[in-house]
Write a protein that binds this ligand. Sequence first.
Ligand SMILES: *Cc1c(COP(=O)(O)O)cnc(C)c1O
Length: 435
Amino acid sequence: MNYYSTNKQEHGVSLEEAVVKGLAVDKGLYMPDAIRPLPETFYEHIDQLSFQEIAYRVADAFFGEDVPADTLKQLVYDTLSFDTPLVPIHDAIYSLELFHGPTLAFKDVGGRFMARLLGYFIRKEGKRQVNVLVATSGDTGSAVANGFLGVEGIHVYVLYPKGKVSEIQEKQFTTLGRNITALEVDGTFDDCQALVKAAFMDKGLNEHLQLTSANSINVARFLPQAFYYFYAYAQLKRAGRADQVVICVPSGNFGNITAGLFGKRMGLPVKRFIAANNRNDIFYQYLKTGIYTPRPSIATIANAMDVGAPSNFARVLDLYGESHAAICADISGATYTDEQIAETVKQVWTGHHYLLDPHGACGYRALAEGLQPGETGIFLETAHPAKFKDTVEKIIGEPIEIPAKLQAFMQGKKQSIPMSKTFADFKSYLMTLKP
Ligand SMILES: *Cc1c(COP(=O)(O)O)cnc(C)c1O
């Protein structure tokens, strides 16, 4: 399968090249030339298949031409060694729990798959080392670092803002060692992202090192996020409730929901999607007005969605031929303040004894407010509430349990390299690395 750039200056790019480069030279995002529908018989019997079996069928549609079947199967099965159960909350609302992976967030799926696919290409070609640069405000860094841990031929550099991530988050990427290096930047998340962007633009640096990104702009991280939409549908079908399915996705950079839209294009019977925003409601405003106006992000308690210029918006536009009407026919929006998010976490805890994280709370609330009679709603619970311990405990007024996986990270010893926010310092550090 070949890939083209959403900016249309690049065509005929191989999967391998798209994965290794991350972003196209024209700064567009890569899209596959074709999105192949899966046969009707697959959907008829999907409720009898396991998560791994379903995911392999989806992966085969995306990557089957470029990766041998047994290798691809292994990649998928290794990635999905944990479950993503669909849990009924009340009435017609279900939570798709995407937090049963190693770092307790949905980004584990894409992070692990990308690490394995890139590792495969490096082994196959006997390529020189690839260096993954990732800027994080917390969650992306841990999922990417843990996904790539121990993968030969790849070194990961995680840039994070000093003093601005929680202790639990910091421990998840500073305690790993081996092929993971944490750079503690004296600045904000935006400074970290600016350093990474500048590094990709710098000619000298790119001649010295093979650099790539592991944000959701990378097709190898983004496409595997489609897997669990199919499995969610299968679970709903098993429960006899798969007639009018609405899926609600707490969204920031819009990688997650775009993968779901790809699923719909492949025939997955989803009636419609809802994109739930926090106060960074650029997409919500776009749906209302037809005008896309990025603006600086503001800090909220659902901080993994604090995005002022959603990078995958370009993919959504491309998928719908730039038609605002076509986009509005498939997706509606919602936006919530911190007060509304907190109120929702508290209400659902008190009323239904289900503990939401601040991101999932946006998703739940959009369904609770927007589901029509006859519809069944799934919201994506994108992270375990314990990842936002302080926020959640303050809201519900009682201590919460920390899962063993998170506790294990807390035992590790933090190791990081201090870094200023000036590009010259970052560049000279990278230039000392062996290619
Ligand atoms: C990354 C993240 C999101 C947003 O996902 P996008 O693909 O960027 O839209 C939502 N919730 C959590 C917990 C996240 O980590």
